[in-house]
Design a protein around this ligand. Structure first.
Ligand code: PMP
Length: 427
């Protein structure tokens, strides 16, 4: 019997259905559905439907009543506010007229237009890399790249905090794998030494530029030096770094002065560039090899040209208006300082600010209270993070005003005070 159905009196949650278990699939699905419906009734699910452009102010259908209501968005990766930018929309209209909407084929068959080639060159220039290939999602980029690179004779070493797309990709390989303690250079070095002793032919180190749940950066200067010393190969997922980190927004490698020193750099268009799709860039022979062996590239249709046009327009805006990035950074500093003044103890290196929740507190109940205060914010609960590290993940945008940010901060103070949580906050 599935673990989720053994004890009818126990309070179960979605995490109990993670394990496939030796049960017929519909038994598992029906048990899951019962719990899911209960969560919907209580308004505790995270399925929120948006009825407006994805800006700093959005219109959301209430989970319980279905009624539409205005909310302040602090849960979006649309860091520079490009999701609803008029210049980008105009450009998209032009390219819809020129190219229509979809391509109906993968890149190596009928899925490459001049726009796709232009975007590849543009990313190569931005990232100071030789060649770039495009994927239809960042998740797909990691899922295509990693299994195409690493075989039985190789070792994959990844930071413990790496994103699900990296971890799932590693699980698809037959390589030895090791997860080193988050940003712990001594543990990384131990893993590199062990891989050498085990006779690993290729050792790949995988890290993120900015960690998506914590907002901190990987020390890429030290990681580059370490991987080079051990003859290993470095892969960096800079999904949250592009457009945010570095003097010119070129990403975490720019910040650490290691541009061009990373073997494979992956990124996504779904964050700052407010579109969808991903990319991998590196030396030309490697990228050409990946075009044929990354299955999510070879066997999957290309992004519609209009999305590519959106991304190119977004890059133009990002480069023409550096003040958007400065506004973002000023906003992040304001939110961090104000939350700290209120006693919350937060830090970040990026536009993601984790606000931790005391272990005994019910994060979904706090989330509901914040929602009632009109704040759209994502809560990250166990098992996505350890039980004592549950958190709200505040994402700041350049388009938030002082009034918006003050509303967020006051809502946190009011909800934490009313639930008596201020004294229990984890440091
Ligand atoms: N890598 C990281 C670090 C991410 O945070 C994400 C998105 N959450 C992805 C990859 C996947 O990107 P996409 O949304 O483009 O599939």
């Amino acid at each position: 019997m599935h673990s989720a159905m053994k004890n009818p009196k126990k309070t179960y949650s979605l995490r109990h259905f993670d394990d496939v278990g030796a049960v017929p699939i519909y038994d598992r699905a029906n048990a899951f559905m019962a719990i899911f419906e209960d969560l919907i009734k209580k308004g505790l699910t995270i399925k929120r439907v948006v009825h407006s452009p994805a800006g700093s102010h959005v219109t959301i259908a209430d989970n319980i009543t279905g009624e539409r209501k205005p909310m302040l968005m602090f849960g979006s990766n649309n860091y520079l506010g490009l999701a609803n930018h008029p210049e980008i929309q105009e450009r998209m209209k032009k390219y819809i007229r020129q190219y229509g909407v979809g391509l109906g084929g993968p890149p190596l068959l009928n899925g490459t237009t001049a726009l796709h080639k232009a975007l590849e060159s543009r990313i190569s220039a931005l990232k100071k890399m030789e060649e770039t290939m495009l994927f239809t999602s960042g998740f797909g980029a990691n899922m295509g790249m990693i299994p195409a690179l690493a075989g039985r004779q190789d070792t994959l070493i990844a930071d413990k905090f790496c994103h699900a797309s990296i971890i799932t990709a590693i699980q698809q390989t037959k390589s030895r794998s090791y997860r080193f303690k988050h940003n712990d250079m001594a543990d990384l070095e131990r893993a590199l030494a062990q891989a050498g002793e085990a006779g690993s032919v290729n050792t790949f180190v995988v890290v993120e530029g900015v960690y998506s749940m914590d907002g901190d950066m990987a020390p890429l200067d030290r990681i580059c030096a370490l991987t080079r010393r051990y003859g290993a190969f470095l892969i960096v997922d800079d999904a949250h770094g592009t457009g945010v980190i570095g003097k010119n927004g070129r990403g975490t490698a720019e910040h650490f002065g290691v541009e061009g020193e990373i073997d494979l750099l992956m990124g996504t268009f779904s964050k700052t560039l407010a579109s969808s799709g991903g990319f991998v860039c590196g030396r030309r022979p490697l990228i050409e090899l990946l075009r044929f062996y990354a299955k999510t590239y070879f066997f999957s249709a290309s992004a519609p040209p209009v999305l590519v046009a959106q991304i190119l327009a977004g890059l133009d805006i990002m480069e023409t208006y550096p003040e958007l990035r400065s506004a973002l950074m000023n906003n992040v500093a304001y939110v961090v300082n104000s939350l700290n003044d209120a006693g919350f103890n937060v830090t970040t290196d990026s536009a993601i600010i984790p606000v931790y929740v005391p272990e005994k507190a019910d994060i979904r109940a706090i989330s509901r209270r914040l929602e009632d205060a009109g704040i759209f914010i994502n809560h990250i609960e166990y098992p996505a993070v350890p039980a004592n590290r549950q958190r709200f993940r505040v994402s700041v945008m350049s388009t938030h005003t002082r009034t918006d940010m003050d509303r967020l901060i006051n809502a946190f103070i009011e909800v934490y005070n009313s639930l008596g949580l201020m004294k229990d906050r984890p440091a």
